[in-house]
Design a binder for this molecule. Structure first.
Ligand SMILES: Cc1cc2nc3c(=O)[nH]c(=O)nc-3n(C[C@H](O)[C@H](O)[C@H](O)COP(=O)(O)O)c2cc1C
Length: 386
């Protein structure tokens, strides 16, 4: 439906703005998923397939979206998921996201492979943030990273378990990100970047430097481009990791431990047995094993298996406040958003992200009111129309 289109309203609006703003290869890296992108799509469409139940004539004049998790009050049950290379999508993107999350009162999780380092993000404010860890073959480097995280006040570690090997993202292949380009390809990529996206070149490409993996610079001293770091990370990802390694992790990390990337009841139980305080039901936003079920489809089975043993969060396909309510109705305590926050910060920086989070909170408030509940704790399966 044509409108004046003067201001972004929904996640899709921010996505379209980000698409205009970013060079094609960066937008596709953010927006795309693995292989045929079937799981990426079903993460979203399975939310769309769930219906909320309209419930009227209840006193919803006093309503709050706040929740308490890991001893922290969140203004709404949404955290910013770890996204690698966010600093390529907005100038020092990780720090802008941290500022917006602080402003809004929700957790921000820094990726191992962020452009900004733990120390740079910590310098934004004294409010603690989460740190996401990939297991590296160099366990000494892992210990040092965790030590650095602790010393900047990180209390919650998110350990990602669904990246034993990296799923191929065909958009990246087509854009020449995962392989060599011929001269014609290089020329076309340069034209798209420098001529079609001069604003990104100035704002992020030049003023947003350095584009190194801030947390890893000391381990890869010769690397100068994200591609150099990506090669190092590819070689460092430890495909031999098993639940036994969580015991080791537990022995060197005494803060909260969240296991991210379980998608089956059996793995969720194994995570709880290994000492996780929480699990994130996740398929990495459809970027790893294409063809697996959506996170929201698997959530109820994980909830049944785990009961109250750990907190249960979910990510993948959350695009609105209504989706957050659906996830909570199916038993999650909270949600994370990945692409949506990056679309917003890529489109309009920190302010854009704050506005976007405001929109999500507004959607949540209205949907809570119209489903007849006033507190997050009242959200249950009774709010779904089945
Ligand atoms: C561009 C991009 C980079 C990501 N990088 C990481 C990462 O470094 N570590 C990680 O645990 N998950 C990473 N993820 C996965 C997200 O944390 C999250 O699980 C996923 O984006 C959720 O799905 P959504 O984008 O549909 O919200 C990444 C996702 C995207 C889109």
């Amino acid at each position: 439906m044509p409108t004046l289109n003067l201001a972004p309203a929904s996640t899709e609006d921010y996505r379209l703005l980000a698409e205009k703003r970013l060079p094609r290869f960066i937008f596709d890296y953010l927006d795309g998923g693995a292989y045929q992108e079937r799981t990426l799509v079903s993460n979203v469409t399975d939310f769309e397939g769930l219906q909320l139940k309209q419930q009227v004539m209840r006193d919803v004049s006093q309503l709050t979206t706040t929740t308490n998790l890991f001893g922290q009050e969140w203004s709404m049950p949404v955290a910013l998921a770890p996204v690698g290379l966010a600093g390529m999508m907005a100038r020092r993107g990780e720090t802008q996201a941290k500022k917006a999350a602080d402003q809004f009162g929700i957790p921000y999780c820094l990726s191992t492979v962020g452009i900004c380092s733990l120390e740079e993000v910590a310098a934004v404010s004294g409010i603690p943030f989460w740190f996401q860890l990939y297991m590296l073959k160099d366990r000494g480097a892992v210990e040092e990273l965790l030590q650095r995280a602790k010393s900047v006040g990180v209390k919650t570690l998110v350990f990602t378990v669904d990246l034993a090997v990296v799923g191929a993202r065909y958009r990246d292949v087509r854009n020449g990100m995962s392989g060599q380009l011929d001269t014609y390809g290089k020329l076309r990529a340069a034209i798209d970047t420098y001529l079609a996206h001069p604003r990104w070149v100035m704002d992020v490409g030049l003023q947003g430097r350095p584009h190194t993996f801030g947390n890893l610079t000391e381990y890869v001293p010769k690397a100068t481009t994200p591609a150099d770091f990506a090669a190092w990370i590819g070689a460092q990802l430890d495909a031999s990791v098993t639940w036994k390694d969580i015991e080791w992790l537990r022995s060197i990390w005494d803060g909260n431990l969240i296991i991210k990337g379980v998608l089956s009841p059996e793995d969720a139980i194994a995570a709880a047995d290994a000492g996780a305080d929480a699990v994130i039901v996740s398929n990495h936003g459809g970027r790893q094993l294409d063809g697996v079920s959506s996170s929201i489809a698997m959530l109820p089975r994980v909830v049944d298996a785990l009961g109250d043993r750990t907190e249960i969060l979910v990510d993948g396909g959350v695009r609105s406040g209504q989706d957050v309510i659906k996830a909570l109705a199916l038993g999650a305590k909270g949600t994370l958003i990945g692409r949506p926050w990056v679309y917003a910060v890529a489109a309009q920086g920190q302010v854009g992200l704050e506005n976007f989070l405001g929109t999500m909170a507004g959607e949540m408030r209205v949907s809570m009111a119209l489903t007849g509940v006033t507190e997050v704790g009242e959200i249950s399966s009774a709010l779904l129309d089945r």
